[in-house]
Design a protein around this ligand. Structure first.
Ligand code: HEC
Length: 257
């Protein structure tokens, strides 16, 4: 494990060095990346023209750093429609498309070489690595945490960002959900998380089933009462206690107070 870590540190150093040495034609690389993106990533089903979002998440202005982008493009995101491109794109195309997506995230001078090796892997091992995988794992269906939570760029931020990581699986099952209300709409009651209450319309998530469904109503048509019957413990039944404990190990590392 120690050797692996050293190897990754070396890899990262090499990446930086070569990026410096070969800043030959960054603008050309970004242009090449834009072409690769248009052909490979920009279909309506995926990230849309110029990353402005299609069926898959928006990539513009997300604050992604280049190492994160390189990792995601190379490795894919398990359990989602995002494949690994490490073996389907040539290395120059891979480098170029990563540089292009970096520019969409405000990185004016992206690194334009990756030293021939794969980009640095996140240095997760043991329970943290297992927890990261469990968080987004496809076999959990909509019961996976990433259905409602975004951590480290993975998942859908239905709930507001996780700030406090519970101390144990039992504590995670017992968390209070003070922001869940009971909505009444067209004579129907449902657990709801309000997104916005404007003069024109009210937008909320209906938590009747997973994944929560976004609904829009006219302000007069919907009322919200404090409290709800929704329980977080029922949303995470796809995991056993030791799996939840591994997810918590991952979250403790990923969420900086
Ligand atoms: C169906 C949606 C859903 C799923 C699935 C889900 N959560 Fe949540 N979670 C929520 C909502 C909504 C809240 C916030 C409730 C509130 O603010 O009242 C929440 C709150 C939390 C909190 C408290 C955050 C804080 O800072 O206080 C933690 C921790 C958490 N969830 C972890 C998890 C983990 C780990 C998983 C997977 C094992 C998971 N959740 C699965 C919807 C979900």
């Amino acid at each position: 494990m120690r050797a692996a870590k050293q190897f990754m540190q070396l890899g990262a150093a090499a990446l930086l060095l070569v990026a410096d040495a070969s800043a030959q034609n960054p603008a050309g690389t970004v242009r090449q990346g834009q072409e690769v993106f248009a052909k490979t990533c920009a279909t309506g089903y995926c990230h849309g023209a110029k990353g402005a979002s299609g069926g898959a998440p928006r990539l513009v202005g997300r604050g992604f750093d280049q190492a994160f982008i390189a990792n995601t493009v190379s490795r894919g995101i398990p359990g989602t429609g995002m494949p690994s491109f490490a073996n389907t794109l040539t290395r120059p195309d891979l480098v170029a498309v990563v540089a292009y997506v970096a520019t969409l995230n405000g990185i004016a001078e992206p690194a334009v070489s990756m030293a021939g090796g794969p980009p640095a892997q996140p240095a997760l091992t043991g329970d943290a690595a297992r927890g990261q995988k469990l968080f987004t794992e496809a076999v959990r269906g909509f019961g996976r945490c990433s259905t409602c939570h975004e951590v480290g760029g993975f998942g859908i931020p239905v709930a507001s960002p996780i700030v406090t990581v519970p101390a144990s699986a039992a504590a995670l099952k017992a968390i209070a959900t003070p922001n869940l209300k009971t909505a009444k709409l067209d004579g129907e009651s449902m657990p709801a998380l309000v997104l916005s209450e404007g003069k024109q319309r009210v937008i909320f998530y209906d938590f009747t089933s997973a994944p929560p469904v976004q609904r829009t109503a006219e302000p007069g048509a919907v009322t919200f009462a404090a409290g709800s019957s929704w329980q977080h413990s029922s949303a995470i039944g796809a995991y056993n206690d030791s799996e939840l404990a591994q997810i918590l190990v991952y979250l403790r590392g990923a969420i900086k107070p």
